[in-house]
Design a protein around this ligand. Sequence first.
Ligand SMILES: Cc1ncc(COP(=O)(O)O)c(C=O)c1O
Length: 409
Amino acid sequence: MEIFSDKFLNCLSEQYGDSFYLLDSEVFEKNYVDLQAAFMRYYPYFNIAYSYKTNYIPKLVKIVDRYNGFAEVVSDLEMDIALNSRVKYERIIWNGPIKDKLRVEELLINGGTVNIDSIEEFEYIKEIAAKYKDKTICVGIRCNYMVGDGVLSRFGIDVESSEFDSILRTISECENIKLVSFQSHFAKRSPEYWNARAEGMIKIYNYSKSKYGIIPERLDLGGGIYGPMPEMLREQLGVTETCYEDYACRAAKVFAGAFQSESDKPMLVIEPGTALAANSMRYVCRVGTIKQVQKKTIATANGSQKNISLLGINPPMEVIHVPTSQHKRYDDLDIAGYTCIESDYLYRGYHGDLGVGDYLVFENCGSYSLVMKPPFIFANVPVIDIGNGKIELIKRAETFEDLFSTYVF
Ligand SMILES: Cc1ncc(COP(=O)(O)O)c(C=O)c1O
């Protein structure tokens, strides 16, 4: 059966309801392999730490683990996703500004890495190191440095501050704290900043090596990479370079130039989320009503902008007609979401045929969608994997009990 036919969607909707995510785990896996190959072509000592927060579907995080990638988590909740997916502690890297102390202790004494984001955090890591003298405590430092993107980041330790030096000095004097990584992340996804990201990081590495004799195993440049996307999305986002090569030829090439001796090569790590997940998921919903308000025609769907995450731009969308919809031609129709938020529109200015009951299939919905959808008005919809020619339910629809068993009635 053709995948994007009314027959196929009817089949799924009879079983799972009128709104659902279609995951293609094969696409996610291909992205992983392609991204890895792009960077390894320039600098083979490379690995990926997948950003769980972007899309933490267990099936996806298990793919990353199968390829020996790291789990990049930012909370104890995300650490539990990793552990429940049988990811070993040593493969977990914990970033983020606020961390649960007991869980940090658990991760550290089991061989995971915690990236220090503040001096307060370093204080309790020192206490953990003092408590477990027989254990090696592996830490990284989230480094705050400028790359010319005009953003003053609130994360990490300012590498030009005395705090940065004081942390390095203490680590160099402490027998069981090992600095395994310097890490950074910059939110802007344009490849133009990736030379500066890499050069800034190498400068920090050289400084730490020469001044404190501390040589980390890994240099982690964080995430902020676009994934494959259709032309219309690229145009609306105003980006020209978005393929993996555009990032690799900057960052990995800089590393290859700086680390030429075989014996002295830190591992280059990146933390992609969007780059792997965005085009691996589609969102499907249906047109519920079509009305006229003054001169404007507005269709309302049983899906919301909150389901697809893209805001202020038109996502790539396909309309699949059903025979009963009596669809007809519209010009400049807006497609609104189910919430009571006035600005909840999934698509503006649609030109084409549409009818009540038609399916709307939105592409590129895999990044910060499912994980950021609030339980506002409706619970979350199921996720169905259509990768590898199979149909597999990997998250059922959320129920009233799922959401409200924590409340006291
Ligand atoms: C520390 C860190 N790493 C990785 C990512 C993933 O970013 P992206 O989805 O842009 O690749 C983020 C996103 O905020 C982040 O904060």
